[in-house]
Write a protein that binds this ligand. Structure first.
Ligand SMILES: O=C(O)c1cc(=O)[nH]c(=O)n1[C@@H]1O[C@H](COP(=O)(O)O)[C@@H](O)[C@H]1O
Length: 241
């Protein structure tokens, strides 16, 4: 397992797994969180849950001992994104993300907004190309050259803007490690343990393959949350690592 790479990593939890709490209510999200051990994973609050339940839910998870990744993928004018990221930091989240395609000025503004938080600042991560996107879909929105090239370009932009790392697929992790080096956090959704359904994900790898490719954190949703025994599913994945 790779060591934590950032000042904000909790020393008490070296698990690379972030469980995605993709639910429409706090009741469901907390029922799932209560089956998970905060020493074995972190949790992610995304657009669905945050839109429904807001900061109170995030604070409930933090109170239960979880590191929270607030996954709202901010993409707006620099001032708006900077303000939003600062509010996320005030909420006490461990990780927050923006879209790298918002550009370096937007990412730099977000980075600067976290400076006053010092060691308490969340990790600031840029989304490159979504793991649900196939090569043909990039062409559809005018991006020629392929997924890997686009991920690399956006990751370099994020690094240059002073961000802590990127969200990408584990398939691109090894090329990013080679090109950008070790001091850059790689967060990879689209993780599917051997034999589990892909759902809407396209660029997937198994947890072991992800770790071998040099990822720091893997986001896993449905393979854990929709299993008959989520706690067992999580522990089984950890045992393979
Ligand atoms: O930023 C993310 O977390 C994210 C980026 C990405 O490229 N792909 C992606 O699937 N995600 C999120 O990761 C989670 C994956 O969930 P499962 O497909 O159920 O494992 C979802 O909450 C997505 O919103």
């Amino acid at each position: 397992m790779l060591p934590p790479t950032n000042h904000n990593d909790s020393p008490s939890n070296d698990s690379p797994i972030i469980v995605a709490l993709d639910y429409p209510t706090a009741l469901q999200a907390l029922a799932m969180a209560d089956q998970l051990d905060p020493a074995l994973c972190r949790v992610k609050v995304g657009k669905e849950l945050f839109t429904a339940e807001g900061p109170a839910l995030v604070k409930s998870l933090i109170k239960r001992g979880f590191d929270v990744f607030l996954d709202l993928k901010f993409h707006d004018i620099p001032n708006t994104v900077a303000k939003a990221v600062a509010v996320a930091a005030e909420m006490g989240v461990w990780m927050v993300n923006v879209h790298a395609s918002g550009g370096s000025r937007m990412m730099q503004a977000a980075r600067d907004a976290l400076t006053p938080f010092g060691d308490k600042a969340p990790l600031l991560i840029a989304v490159t190309v979504l793991t649900s996107s196939a090569e043909s879909e990039l062409a559809e929105i005018g991006l020629e050259g392929g997924v890997e090239q686009q991920v690399l370009k956006l990751a370099k932009l994020a690094k240059g803007a002073g961000l802590d790392g990127v969200v990408c697929s584990a398939r691109e992790a090894s090329i990013l490690r080679q090109e950008i080096g070790e001091d850059f956090t790689l967060v990879t959704p689209g993780i599917r343990p051997e034999g589990s359904a892909k759902n809407d994900q396209v660029r997937t790898l198994t947890p072991v393959e992800a770790l071998t490719n040099g990822v720091n954190y893997m986001v896993i949703g449905r393979p854990v949350t929709q299993s008959a025994d989520p706690s067992l599913a999580l522990r089984s994945i950890i045992e393979t690592l």
